[in-house]
Design a protein around this ligand. Structure first.
Ligand SMILES: Nc1nc2c(c(=O)[nH]1)N[C@@H](CNc1ccc(C(=O)N[C@@H](CCC(=O)N[C@@H](CCC(=O)N[C@@H](CCC(=O)O)C(=O)O)C(=O)O)C(=O)O)cc1)CN2
Ligand code: MET
Ligand SMILES: [Zn+2]
Length: 774
């Protein structure tokens, strides 16, 4: 531990409150559009730079307008073209060897090179994409080895600070911290067996030191270093993590020429890392008081705490009284407290403006990013000037909370009764052997049965038709016809290719969660509430505010239509309860497990209706099962129990000869194999191509007896896999899983792909299957 902080005393930390970060995509998704147009070659890098600059400056002006102080570095600058972890990688010079040619003499990569690392090119795979903590955001996984030459390789972060300063804002640059960066990285292709990226900590730390000096030289007063890894129980010895935290922040704090350091730890409690940061000499510590709790048993005298009391990850209007209470409790531990959001606001949409269709009452319960900033400004004013100064705002928040609590839609007797009547028997089907025999007799599928995961390309024509329908430019019948024509063409394509189990292609779905949210009661959806999911891809998470019911069948007419076009089985396609919760903004006034079971009961009814319509194979997707896994190990068993049970409640009403499939992607399946087994699906498809079937030996070791479809085609890239490649993957799969348990399918749905690569890849998949069947 070092105590020599020779830097001048920092200005007071963020008076008037702050936020940990702001949405990057733009109110009108300006960044998405500019990126996609640049990638298509329709605009230049200079056009993209210009749009990004306008966006950054507009955001600064808006934050100032909303009341964040322009003094004391209260306004963060946290822009990213694609992903903040990728930004850290290119800034540190951590570009994988296969992309070395993209670097200029000074080590930097331009926007084209940066995009290539994110998206891949020809034979070069992009960085792997995976879930960011427990969010529906995906970061790019840096690849680090002994060969990685760390050096300050980009001036972008400093340039953006300078740009803001020139516009009159001394912002607080936000960067991903060295611990989070290295613990989230994976070993490079060149790394020897057993190498861990964290072994390079000393080298990385040196570059962070250089970076802090560069910020200081540019005039930065504060820098925010995000270290969410410190709140998570990861696959590393906790004492190692804590020792590294002490080293990193002790040595960065000891730098002579640095801005004040604010270490932020969103997404849960710091627990035993809090005393370590406190003793390190950093100038402020950000704690999450929404997911995490007020620290206990620690003296925070002399510590500046940025108290995350406004939920950055959900959209409910804040209980301002409770927020003030929490801030007071932290103050009682001796800390100097500034109020803030619990996480960056990039998990929520920009603004409620334009969402008036939601109705006054629902709107009064909500706060998106801009409204949250206003809440923080109110809280800071209450603390600095006394509650009388903001009495009206406090009263309005109380009234909204009361109205939400009293609303009949949040407490429906029929829903409560139906859940209370659920018995353990409702969660179980017959033994798998009994089901398998019935399904074999019904479907007589070949070994290595071929299928796809559900969606086919969402073409511009489909999206245009839906947009026209939403605007009333075409009527229901015309839209219905357009979607049916699409379904018919997708069914025909699959028959021509010779697939064994078909899908209808999901043309009618804007999104696999929003589609259901629009048809279920208890949800509402936004028109412009976009949130970045990865790169330029966004979703509009639905708002699950009330008790859930299904007024009428949601998928049956599309499924029945598709089935009417083929003698082969067409899969019914549903999204599971956990994923519907994970990708929506979910009510925070009851346990998630209760809400999941309400959704499950609605899906259970849907499955019965699909069966009645003659659909024999039904897939219930749960790609987010791993995503909601709590960051703290102690919380995981309870989560796994309710999540698995909600899936079973949704599916266990199926008849023996109905084949239930599930699909999971973006998962580190190893950790949740027991849970996957617990789902009791007859067939499970998983993402496996990029990892070359890595998980199958573990599944074999687990004694998994049901059927499994490891993906043989990485659909996240436009690259077409060769027949040879797929054949090899199938041979590899057969080493772990007997042919009669094995299915052949892509990694995930094809909605983000175009037809050219889809058709070619599926042809190769079918050729490879025929070759392996022999
Ligand atoms: N919710 C969710 N989370 C998920 C996934 C997912 O599928 N859904 N998949 C995983 C990966 N994440 C993904 C997230 C988004 C997309 C994606 O494709 N998003 C689309 C938007 C999808 C959508 O909502 N489409 C709507 C609206 C499309 C749109 O932008 N329309 C235009 C108008 C259409 C036109 O004239 O061309 C507009 O509103 O301006 C529709 O089809 O109806 C995009 O960003 O481009 C893919 C994967 C994990 N998390
Ligand atoms: C992100 S999982 C996607 C599953 C869905 N059935 C699809 O094919 O698009
Ligand atoms: Zn998927």
């Amino acid at each position: 531990m070092t105590e020599q902080n020779t830097a001048p005393a920092p200005a007071p930390a963020f008076p008037g409150g702050t936020i940990l970060g702001y949405p990057r995509i733009g109110r009108m998704r300006e960044l998405k559009k500019a990126l996609e147009s640049f990638w298509k070659g329709a605009t230049t890098a200079a056009d993209l730079e210009a749009t990004a600059k306008d966006l950054r400056l507009a955001n600064l002006a808006r934050l100032a307008d909303l009341g964040l102080s322009t003094d004391g570095s209260a306004i963060p600058s946290n822009f990213s073209f694609y992903d903040h972890v990728l930004d850290a990688a290119v800034t540190l010079g951590a570009v994988p060897t296969r992309f070395a040619d993209l670097r200029a003499a000074d080590g930097s990569v331009d926007l084209k090179g940066y995009s290539t690392i994110a998206r891949g090119v020809d034979a070069k795979a992009p960085l792997e994409m995976t879930k960011w903590f427990d969010a529906n955001y995906h970061y790019l996984v840096p690849e680090i080895g002994p060969e990685t030459e760390f050096a300050l390789s980009s001036t972008r972060w400093v340039d953006e600070f300078v740009e803001a300063k020139a516009a009159g804002y001394v912002t607080r640059p936000v960067i991903t911290g060295p611990l989070t960066f290295l613990y989230l990285s994976k070993p490079s292709d060149e790394a020897p067996e057993g190498f861990r990226p964290i072994e390079r900590l000393a080298d990385v730390l040196e570059v962070y030191g250089n970076l802090l000096e560069a910020f200081k030289a540019a005039g930065a007063e504060w820098v925010q270093i995000d270290e969410p890894i410190l709140v998570a129980d990861i696959d590393a010895d906790r004492s190692e993590v804590l020792a590294n935290a002490a080293t990193v922040y002790g040595s960065l704090a000891a730098l002579a020429n640095r801005p004040a350091l604010f270490v932020a730890a969103p997404y849960n409690s710091l627990d035993d890392a809090l005393p370590v940061l406190k003793d390190s000499g950093v100038d402020a510590i950000g704690i999450d008081l929404v997911r995490g709790s007020v620290p206990t048993g620690v003296d925070l005298s002399g510590v500046t705490v940025v108290a995350g009391v406004v939920d950055g990850h959900n959209i409910w209007r804040t209980d301002l009284d409770a927020a003030l209470r929490k801030a007071g409790e932290v103050e009682a531990l001796g800390a100097t407290v500034t109020v803030s959001s619990s996480t960056s606001l990039f998990h929520v949409p920009h603004t409620l403006e334009g969402e008036e269709h939601l109705g006054e009452e629902l709107i009064s319960w909500l706060a998106f990013a801009d409204e949250k900033v206003a809440e923080i400004v109110t809280l800071a004013a209450a603390r600095e000037q006394g509650e009388e100064a903001v009495a009206d705002a406090l009263a309005a928040a109380r009234a909204a909370l009361a109205s939400r609590k009293a609303h009949p839609g949040t407490n429906k007797a029929d829903v409560r009764d139906a859940l209370a009547a659920v018995t353990p028997a409702d969660l179980s089907r017959s033994a798998y052997s009994v089901r398998a025999a019935a399904q074999d007799a019904r479907f007589a599928l070949p070994e290595l049965a071929t299928t796809t995961i559900g969606s086919f390309p969402q073409t511009p024509e489909i999206r245009k038709a839906r947009a026209a329908w939403a605007k009333g430019q075409i009527d229901d019948a015309a839209y219905e016809e357009a979607m049916k024509a699409e379904i018919a063409s997708v069914v025909k394509l699959q028959e021509d290719l010779g697939l064994d189990v078909l899908v209808h292609g999901e043309a009618e779905r804007n999104d696999m969660v929003q589609y259901f949210a629009e048809l279920l009661d208890g949800f509402d959806v936004t028109v412009n509430g976009w949130v970045q999911s990865y790169g330029s891809r966004c979703t509009r998470p639905s708002i699950l505010w009330g008790d859930v019911t299904r007024p009428e069948p949601m998928t049956v007419r599309w499924a029945a239509y598709a089935q009417s076009l083929s003698d082969k089985p067409v899969k019914g396609m549903l999204t599971g309860p956990v994923t519907i919760l994970a990708w929506s903004f979910v009510r925070d006034d009851q346990p998630l497990g209760v809400t999941a079971n309400q959704v499950a009961l609605a899906l259970r009814e849907e499955i019965r209706d699909l069966e009645d319509a003659g659909i024999g194979i039904i897939q219930v997707d749960e790609p987010a099962l791993r995503e909601l896994l709590p960051l703290k190990k102690a919380d995981q068993p309870a989560y796994l129990e309710w999540s698995v049970n909600s899936f079973r409640l949704a599916t266990a009403g199926a008849k023996d000869d109905t084949q239930v499939h599930t699909h999971l992607c973006y998962s580190e399946f190893g950790e949740i194999i027991d849970a996957i087994d617990g789902l009791d699906a007859d067939v499970t498809s998983i993402e496996a191509a990029r990892s070359r079937m890595e998980v199958l030996p573990a599944i074999k070791g687990h004694g998994y007896e049901r059927q499994i479809g490891p993906g043989v085609w990485d659909i996240h890239s436009p690259r077409v896999p060769s027949t040879q490649e797929i054949t090899e993957l199938l041979e590899l799969a057969k080493e772990s899983i007997p042919g009669k348990q094995l299915w052949v399918n892509p990694d995930c749905g094809l909605k983000t792909r175009a037809y050219a690569e889809t058709t070619a890849s599926l042809e190769h998949m079918m050729e490879a299957t025929r070759a392996v069947r022999g």
